[in-house]
Design a binder for this molecule. Structure first.
Ligand code: SAM
Length: 500
């Protein structure tokens, strides 16, 4: 196991009984969700990064299972010091609704029949996938994501998060994806679905008591795999090399190495993936369209977005070509959203987001290091009015989760700050009002300050929480060392959050 690995991990399972309302209007439940987490959730729960997988991925994104021969599918991007640095972030990865690796999908048992759902499973969408992810986050006690990230279908989920729940995510990183599946993408998906469905063993989706439609699924995967590579990468990898010797076989057996490779890829896939899931997930991809069938422009679709974006495409990706990412960027810019666009320069094609960890790390680390106070501050913080009695003020400190409480006067303007230490001081000295005990010379932060600047202040003054104020000294929230400690790893140490 490499040194910078998250190490041994296990897939966990969350079950919820209540139905969710699907985009189709149907109610659906119960639902199981397979998920993994890496790194530590900070006290403020402000460092959660949700990783969304592509079409055939799963919850096992990083680290090693007991019996693994290779690590999770994005192990080169998730771990200590990697693009999604588990020393800083609490990384969550779950299998999508409709999948077949632990989250409820067509191969799961329908509790009403005791049989696998098969085609009784409802048609689901990207929105439905993120509804299930939100349930998981609620269960984990996470109200807001620091970032949501994904490539391909994962990128669609990331975009949908930003559009559906703008206030729930600070940073969005869609990679090699689109805001609207194109006719070419839909056409390719339909050919793949037909490959599955034309296998007699598919049997209208009822194959769970016998052999699955292996031939059809293998063919579908072979087609899919071609779209994940590029002309150049195939030339580089295979050329026109023959499987055996230098002569053609002059028959219809496998001649070329590239044919052999595709057969190998298709064959290994049928052992791990459910054919019906393949149908449902490709359908969700096809339905994905942030313009809602042209009822609104992409600019309108992004009009409520509050997150910052890093949109990444791959130079040689012909499945989700860079122009589709640039359309996303343009629509975001029209809304004056803070967006950075980066291209991974690679000949690997669509799959480059798994295969170019160096470039990805550089782009992601740069982007996420631009964290501002407003990205991680706590907005809903208690305040105490200056005229409050010592007794009431002590009650507020005890009842809240906060060690530092801003004291305000008229119009929520900052008048001072109070800690339990100050209240103890009042008791010891028999003071009755806040005025003699609160600190009026308050060290504050502005929402636009980079967190690095705040780290320095926190270290310099040995204080673990600063009120965040606007230009008129109105209290907007609080920034604590807890919420930024992990995000600025490698900086000066930050004092503890001991009640003081
Ligand atoms: N342990 C504390 C901490 O982690 O913030 C610092 C220790 S000191 C004994 C506590 C004093 O610092 C209290 O009188 C409190 O009012 C003051 N204080 C807390 N936050 C402050 C801030 N942001 N600006 C100025 N003074 C502050």
């Amino acid at each position: 196991m490499e040194e910078n690995s998250v190490g041994k991990v296990e897939t966990k399972n969350l079950h919820f009984d209540e139905d969710i309302e699907l985009e189709s209007g149907k109610q659906f439940g119960p639902i199981d969700v397979a998920y993994e987490t890496y790194g530590e959730l900070n006290k403020d729960k402000s460092n959660a990064v949700l990783i969304c997988h592509a079409l055939t991925g799963d919850a096992h994104a990083a680290g090693w299972h007991e019996d693994d021969e290779k690590p999770g599918w994005w192990d080169n991007a998730i771990g200590p010091g990697k693009a999604f640095d588990t020393e800083k972030y609490f990384v969550i990865s779950s299998n999508v609704l409709g999948g077949c690796q632990g989250t409820t999908g067509p191969s799961s048992i329908n509790p009403q029949t005791g049989e696998p759902y098969g085609l009784d499973f409802p048609v689901i969408t990207v929105k439905d996938m993120i509804t299930v992810q939100r349930k998981l986050l609620n269960y984990l006690g996470i109200n807001q994501l620091f970032a949501v990230v994904g490539g391909s279908l994962g990128g669609m989920q990331a975009l949908q998060w930003a559009v559906s729940w703008p206030e729930k995510v600070k940073f969005v990183i869609p990679i090699a994806t689109t805001a609207q599946s194109t006719p070419q993408q839909i056409a390719l998906d339909e050919v793949r679905r037909r490959a599955v469905m034309s296998d007699p063993k598919w049997n209208e989706g009822n194959y769970y008591d016998g052999r699955p439609p292996e031939d059809g699924l293998r063919l579908a995967r072979m087609i899919g795999h071609i779209t994940y590579l590029s002309d150049t990468s195939m030339k580089e990898k295979f050329g026109r090399k023959l499987q055996s010797g230098e002569k053609f076989n002059f028959d219809f057996e496998v001649d070329f190495e590239v044919e052999n490779y595709l057969h190998y890829k298709g064959g290994s896939f049928v052992d791990r993936f459910d054919a019906n899931s393949y149908l449902y997930l490709t359908k969700a991809v096809d339905y994905f369209d942030l313009t809602n069938g042209g009822n609104r422009s992409l600019t309108e679709a992004f009009s409520n977005v509050e997150s910052k974006f890093l949109v990444i495409s791959i130079t040689s990706d012909w499945l989700y070509p860079p122009y589709q990412s640039k359309e996303i960027v343009k629509a975001l810019e029209s809304n004056e959203v803070n967006v950075t666009y980066s291209e991974i320069t690679s000949t690997y094609g669509h799959d480059a987001f798994f295969l170019e960890p160096g470039q990805l790390q550089h782009m992601v680390a740069n982007f996420l290091s631009q964290v501002l106070v407003k990205d991680v501050m706590q907005n809903d913080v208690p305040v105490i009015h200056k005229e409050t009695s010592i007794k009431e003020a002590s009650k507020s400190i005890i009842d809240s989760d906060f060690t530092h409480i801003p004291v305000v006067e008229n119009g929520n303007r900052l008048a001072g700050i109070l800690t339990a230490w100050d209240v103890a001081n009042a008791v010891a000295n028999d003071f009755n009002s806040l005025t003699p005990i609160m600190t009026t010379d308050v060290i504050t932060a502005s929402p636009e300050d980079p967190v690095k600047k705040i780290t320095n202040k926190i270290t310099q003054y040995n204080i673990s929480a600063l009120p965040v104020v606007d230009e008129n000294d109105k209290v907007l929230g609080l920034i604590t060392s807890d919420s930024i400690t992990q995000l600025v790893q490698g900086q000066q140490p930050i004092p503890g959050t001991d009640k003081g």
